[in-house]
Each structure stands twice: as structure tokens, then as C-alpha cells.
Design a protein around this ligand. Structure first.
Ligand code: OXD
Ligand code: MN
Length: 611
């Protein structure tokens, strides 16, 4: 479609301004068709950026290798530019919006020279759903267009819903590498140097400006930027929730259904949990979403969730037929792989894929020829696939996708899970005593940092409240208050019950005690029963309701002593946890930390002291 055919005056004006600033060679408005997707892939292949994979094994799939500086989200270069610094809060990087716009405008000046500007109208959520929102991303990356096709709903149908004056979130994106006359990418992933990368959000004007990175959450602006950072602000203002949560459908052996959402920090197994194959006979898990949930109250007073995305941008290493068969099946066709290894027979390979690589040699994610690994492991730092290598796969291809995954009305939620990677102290599962207690637990989530982000904290436990630390578009203290307000204005009987889970407890030898994956269905079954009002399966403890020792049937390899350990209240460990929250975590939020959370902290401390 031609820009002049755009009916929305505001959109047309915004695109015209961007063209004048960024001076692309040509402009294309995306229609979301299969022909367009195929064309984007061809453009990437022609530029030497994409390698077609073995069509017999992986039909319609391609592999990209990014620049080594452009492999993950860049939190240090991510900005919340609210008018007042205090509105961004202590967990965000703040810059004055006018200054940031000035700096970035000079970077955007002429940044698309030699390139095509693509205008991508996209819907986060089923097109036309009451809960969905529309964004328009301008980008000079055909990789981004192809990924947006999979991850969101793109095209003319979105423009139809937008009409002549509908609301959209305007998103600028450029890889930040203009081409000189006759210059081509010629196989070199285009991006700017780290100091020129900016992932900027203007919460008051609901705008996103991204520059210099072509990768994942930095560039696919519907995902972290719109669906979390900007949407969290919209949700606060409009009384709903935009959360870093998976959504799953759980069916018990009697055929009863409950929907559960779960917030876990990046790379903590959300995709695996959302696609779990239960080991418990008769139980079924189906997927509604694996990363983000938008929730609004329905007329019946319950919270209904939609998955604003249309695909999975999953971490590849560690994914295999044992850990996540459904994800492996989902990315078998029509998928994009980024920073995985390439085998001699045109197949992809990554660490812990379940087997060594076929043939004598593989090409690693940096493009180097390496001997084929016989086993599925590599030495740290010498991985064949980057630890944050990804697959982008259409949600509809997932064998366990729930029929209602794209229901515009959403699904009614019965339980919220919070969790992180915690080797010690935090038990396998723990139910909050009340909404406020649950909000308290969400506010203190901690997890070991993983490779999903470029950070020098990898391996250390960092507090990641509600798994939203890198994604909350405003002051985290106000965000806690928003959660408390949601509780205040609702019927407690109708609100989801809140649970804290931890699959990552380690024993003295540093080995995981709980096998995780499909065995987590045992914990989900307990949660299901708790939501159904079963009471004789739990004990009331100072930290919440824990399963009785026999309430969760033990999986193979977990002894009774192990079970006792992971269902024990580690009084001293919890006292240390509480002391850390009081000393190092809550003070960060100053006056904005809601008083009720301090009251909750005092109450837990008192219960621990009495225990
Ligand atoms: C993601 C993340 O990519 O959380 O989903 O980092
Ligand atoms: Mn995520």
C-alpha cells in the first residue's frame, strides 16, 4: 500500500514527518499478507542476512546471525522519558523527554538513507478486541517486519479498525546504519554501536523511539516496549493490568477448566510452563500465551486475560523434545531462528537440543566453522548458539495452543503465579493469605539473572518485582499501589488467588531438588484444588499456605526428605529475606512504597519471630 492511501490523518502526518527526517529511499505500508512475508524473507536472503534452512526438515524456516553487540535486550540503553524524573522511579533510566528527543532526532536524521522504510500497522491482541491496542511501527529492517508478522497481527485489517481517528501507539525504529550510494548490507547485520543504541519510551505521549539495535525486544516494538512499558502506563490510567505473564489453560481429570497466569523473570521457563506436558495422569495444559498477559475486568467482576502477541519469541538453548516438545513442534516450520548454530545439512543446532550435531562441522552464531559437537553441551563462553539465541514461531503452530487463545473476550483467570530462580529459602509453592499478602510477595520477587539481558549481574540474585523490573513504564512504587487498588475495587471472591512458586531449589551439592518441567503439573494440580476451595491440602504457616507433605505426590527421584526440604519454612532464611527487603529493597521506592506493604512486612516478620 502507498502512504498516500492512509486514511488516518494523524498517521499520515506522522509517517510524512518520519520520511522527511529519516530520508529512506522508498516507503512501503505493510499489508500483513503471506506474499509480503515471503518478500521480506527474500530481501533478507538477498542481503546475505538470512540463510534458508533445509526445506525437508524445516520448511519455510531461515536462520539469522546478529552482530555480537546486538544479541539481547539492552537495559542500560533503555529509557523511560517521563516529564518528571520521579514518575520513572528508581528502577528505570530516566532522561528528560525533550533532551532525549533532540539527541535521537539527530541520530534519526538521514538514518534510512539507502534503505526502505516499512510502515507496520499492528494489533496487540485479536484485531478489534476490547482489550487489544493498535501500534504502528516504522522500521528500516526487513528482519523486524518478518518477525512482527509472526509476533503480532499486522496489516490492512488493523488500519480498518483504526479508522480515520483511532488511537495508536507510534513507534519509530531504525537499525541506525544508513547505506552510502551503492552500499549493501552484504551479510553484515546492521546496527549501531552500543553508545548509540536507544530504546526510549515517552509514557505521557505514548510514544516509542528505538534506534541502533535490530534485535528482539529492542526492535520488535509491540512486545516489551508497547505491550509492557507503554501498556503498563495505559493500564494504570485505565484500571487494568499489563503484565509479564504467561497464560495457561489447565483441565483436571473431571474436565473442569481453570486459567492461570504466571509472572517469572526472563528466561525462567515461562515458555516451558505454558506448554507443559503433565506427568500427572488425566491433567491437561494448553497454552494461551507464553510471555505477556493483558487483563481487564469483565461484566461478571472477574479478570479476563488476552495474550497480546501472536507468536513465541522463545529462548532456543535448553529447548528440546524432553524440556518442551510443544515448542520444538511449534518452530518446525515457518519460523525464524536467530543466533543458533547451522549444521552441514542445513539444520539448526543449539546447546541442550538433545543430541550432537550432524556432519563434521557446524557454523556457530558468530559465523565461524567449528567441529560438530558430539554431545549437546559446550564450554561456557564457547557456545555454538548464543545463550540468548531465539526462535520466532507462530502461536497457531503450537500443538497445545488452546482453542480460545485468540478469543477477543479473553479467558477468566483463577490464579496468579509469581516465581524466580531461587536456589535457597523460597519453597516449591506457597499461597498468599490475602490479596495484599500476594501483592507483597509479587513485590519482592527475586531471581538469578540470565542471558536474556546484557548485564554484568548474570548469575546473581536480583529483585525483580512482579518480573516487571525491566518492563514497568512508571514508578514501581505507584505500580505496587495500582495492584493494591485493583484489589480494593474488586470482590475478593472473584479475584485470582495468588501463589509463589520456585522450581529451582538446589541441595547442598548444588543439584536441583525438584525435576521441574512436566512434573510441575503436580504443583499446578494443588493450585487448581486450592482455587476450587479444597482446604485440607494445606497448612497455615508464617509465610502463607503451604501444601501438606502428602498433598503433592512425589515424582521419581524426589525423596520424602527432599519434599520436606522444599516444603519447609526456612525461618532463618526468611528472616534474612525480610531483613534484605527492609534494608535494601523497599527503601529504594521512598515515599511511593505503599504503607500497606510495610504493614505486611511487619506482620510476616512478627509471625516469623513467633514461630
Ligand atoms: C523476553 C524477555 O524476551 O523477557 O521475553 O527477555
Ligand atoms: Mn519475557
Amino acid at each position: 500500500m502507498n502512504v498516500n492511501e492512509l486514511k488516518h490523518k494523524g498517521l499520515k502526518k506522522w509517517v510524512d514527518e518520519a520520511v522527511a527526517l529519516m530520508t529512506p529511499d522508498s516507503v512501503e505500508v505493510c499489508d500483513g499478507s503471506q506474499t509480503e512475508y515471503n518478500h521480506m524473507i527474500m530481501v533478507n536472503i538477498a542481503a546475505g542476512l538470512a540463510t534458508p534452512l533445509n526445506a525437508g526438515k524445516l520448511p519455510g524456516c531461515v536462520l539469522f546471525r546478529s552482530d555480537p553487540s546486538d544479541v539481547a535486550r539492552v537495559e542500560d540503553r533503555t529509557f523511560i522519558a517521563s516529564e518528571k524524573e520521579s514518575d520513572a522511579g528508581p528502577t528505570n533510566h530516566w532522561t528528560a523527554p525533550a533532551d532525549l528527543k533532540q539527541t535521537m532526532s539527530s541520530l534519526y536524521k538521514g538514518c534510512m538513507k539507502g534503505r526502505t522504510m516499512y510502515v507496520i500497522p499492528f494489533s496487540m491482541g485479536p484485531v478489534g478486541s476490547d482489550i487489544a491496542k493498535i501500534g504502528v511501527e516504522i522500521t528500516d529492517s526487513a528482519y523486524v517486519v518478518a518477525n512482527m508478522h509472526i509476533m503480532t497481527r499486522v496489516g490492512t485489517k488493523v488500519l480498518d479498525v483504526l479508522g480515520q481517528d483511532g488511537f495508536f501507539v507510534p513507534c519509530y525504529h531504525s537499525v541506525g546504519k544508513p547505506l552510502a550510494e551503492g552500499q549493501k548490507d552484504s551479510g553484515v547485520w546492521p546496527c549501531a554501536s552500543m553508545d548509540k543504541k536507544y530504546i526510549s519510551h515517552f509514557p505521557e505521549t505514548r510514544e516509542i523511539w528505538s534506534y541502533g539495535s535490530g534485535y528482539g525486544g529492542n526492535a520488535l516494538l509491540g512486545k516489551k516496549c508497547l505491550a509492557l512499558r507503554i501498556a503498563s502506563v495505559l493500564a494504570r490510567d485505565e484500571g487494568w493490568l499489563a503484565e509479564h505473564m504467561l497464560i495457561l489453560k489447565l483441565t483436571n481429570p473431571k474436565g473442569e477448566v481453570k486459567y492461570v497466569t504466571g509472572a517469572f523473570p526472563s528466561a525462567c521457563g515461562k515458555t516451558n510452563l505454558a506448554m507443559l506436558i503433565p506427568t500427572l495422569p488425566g491433567w491437561k495444559v494448553e497454552t494461551v500465551g507464553d510471555d505477556i498477559a493483558w487483563m481487564k475486568f469483565g461484566k461478571d467482576g472477574r479478570l479476563y486475560a488476552i495474550n497480546p502477541e501472536a507468536g513465541f519469541f522463545g529462548v532456543a538453548p535448553g529447548t528440546n523434545y524432553d524440556s518442551n516438545k510443544n515448542a520444538m513442534e511449534a518452530c518446525k516450520k515457518n519460523s525464524i531462528f536467530t543466533n543458533c548454530g547451522l549444521t552441514e545439512d542445513g539444520d539448526i543446532w543449539w546447546e541442550m537440543i538433545g543430541q550432537g550435531a550432524a556432519g563434521q562441522e557446524v557454523i556457530d552464531w558468530k559465523g565461524n566453522l567449528r567441529p560438530s559437537p558430539l554431545k549437546d553441551k559446550s564450554l561456557k563462553g564457547q557456545e555454538i548458539a548464543h545463550p540468548n539465541a531465539r526462535f520466532t514461531a507462530p502461536a497457531r503452530q503450537c500443538p497445545c495452543i488452546a482453542d480460545e487463545w485468540d478469543d477477543p473476550a479473553g479467558v477468566p483467570i483463577s490464579a496468579f503465579l509469581f516465581g524466580g530462580r531461587r536456589p535457597k529459602t523460597i519453597p516449591l509453592v506457597n499461597q498468599a493469605k490475602s490479596w495484599v499478602h500476594g501483592v507483597f510477595m509479587g513485590s519482592i520477587v527475586g531471581s538469578e539473572v540470565t542471558a536474556a539481558v546484557i548485564s554484568d549481574q548474570v548469575g546473581q540474585v536480583r529483585r525483580d518485582p512482579f518480573a516487571m523490573l525491566p518492563f514497568c513504564g512508571y514508578h514501581m512504587g505507584d505500580y505496587f499501589q495500582h495492584w493494591l487498588n485493583i484489589g480494593k475495587k474488586s470482590d475478593p471472591e472473584k479475584l485470582p488467588k495468588i501463589f509463589f512458586v520456585n522450581w529451582f531449589r538446589k541441595n547442598a551439592e548444588g543439584k536441583f531438588i525438584w525435576p521441574g518441567y512436566g512434573e510441575n503439573s503436580r504443583v499446578l494440580a494443588w493450585i487448581f484444588d486450592r482455587c476450587n476451595g479444597v482446604t485440607d491440602n494445606a497448612v497455615d504457616t508464617p509465610i502463607g499456605f503451604l501444601p501438606t507433605i502428602s498433598a503433592i505426590a512425589r515424582p521419581d527421584g524426589v525423596s520424602e526428605a527432599d519434599m520436606k526440604e522444599i516444603l519447609n519454612v526456612d525461618i532463618e532464611g526468611w528472616k534474612a529475606e525480610i531483613a534484605d527487603v527492609r534494608k535494601n529493597h523497599y527503601p529504594k521506592f521512598g515515599d511511593k512504597l505503599p504503607k500497606e506493604l510495610y504493614t505486611e512486612l511487619d506482620a510476616i516478620e512478627e509471625r516469623l519471630n513467633k514461630a
